[in-house]
Design a protein around this ligand. Sequence first.
Ligand code: PLP
Length: 363
Amino acid sequence: MAFNRIFNFSAGPSMLPEEVLQIAQKEMLNYNGSGMGVMEMSHRSKVYDEIIVAAQAQMRKVMNIPDNYKVLFLQGGATLQFAMVPMNLMTVNGKADYVVSGSFSKKAAEEAAKYGNVQIAASTKSENFTRVPQQNELKLDPEADYVHICYNNTIYGSVFNYIPETGNVPLVADMSSCIMSEPIDVTKFGVIYAGAQKNVAPAGLTIVIIREDLLERTPKEYTPVMMNYKTLAEKNSMYNTPPCYSIYICKLVMDWLLNMGGLEVMQKRNTEKAALLYDVLDNSKLFKPTVEKQNRSIMNVTFRTDDDELNAKFIKEATARGMSNLKGHRAVGGMRASIYNAVPTEGVRALAEFMKEFEANNK
Ligand SMILES: *Cc1c(COP(=O)(O)O)cnc(C)c1O
């Protein structure tokens, strides 16, 4: 690893591929002979247009996004989507089904309730979100305008082990912490959205992938223009200045993903990385995984000991060895290792080894 970089297990913003950062460094002052850096370019210039067009085309390739879906590059984070989704889509029958499987889906439901009738289709809150509701637990309303899920629960470290079957009701998914970690059948979704700062780019960019027919639902009289999916789609995410530099890094990350062999290869790599940690957890008397087996995330691995002081000691000693940001979210406590695409296998292996060593030293 170059320049004493640490193993960074941050939940987001998080590691970017070193190769990408090196290209960005090389091009920082003079992009492709233009005599200026990407941060300094007009978003309406020809040189920048090539970047945003390529970012979108490469993303379509990486995720195998069908032609009847639009890819939008927006701002405001996934959190703004908690409002934009109902503003644009909860407009036919004025009601939507929300599956609550963690903090972010709960927030999404609360935000949506400002715009219409939010029906909680299922929740695992009473079980402290140690698993994700299964299909047979979902109380779905065939008249709902959409069904909303958070596919990977960043804070709790759980993931859907299935794609909910919702009949003709469009499925909307927050995929902030798992987008492009494995292949996903986009056609099963009406909308996929993600803050880019976990797996794709620096903060500032929000990706929205939306099926074209859903663009017709927006009430245009009073929807703010910057929250109107249809306008943003018609203007190719250029109604105003887009997050230019994040989109450029996103483009470099798409190149990187394609060079790596695409999402099948990433899935294999990510599954192997996660298994290094879950194997230690399953064979440990000290550390306990916090999520039921069928819903374990391969992006955010959560675990703890039964002793808060020992948790703190683990985090401190790991940090001293160059493994940072392992403290769990305050809602869960314990530890969380976020092991997104860009976290190298050697970093995860180092953490797994340290866990074993720590257990041996703290019997
Ligand atoms: C990080 C995260 C969010 C919040 O994203 P912002 O871009 O900060 O608004 C929402 N949902 C999930 C699943 C996340 O991981």
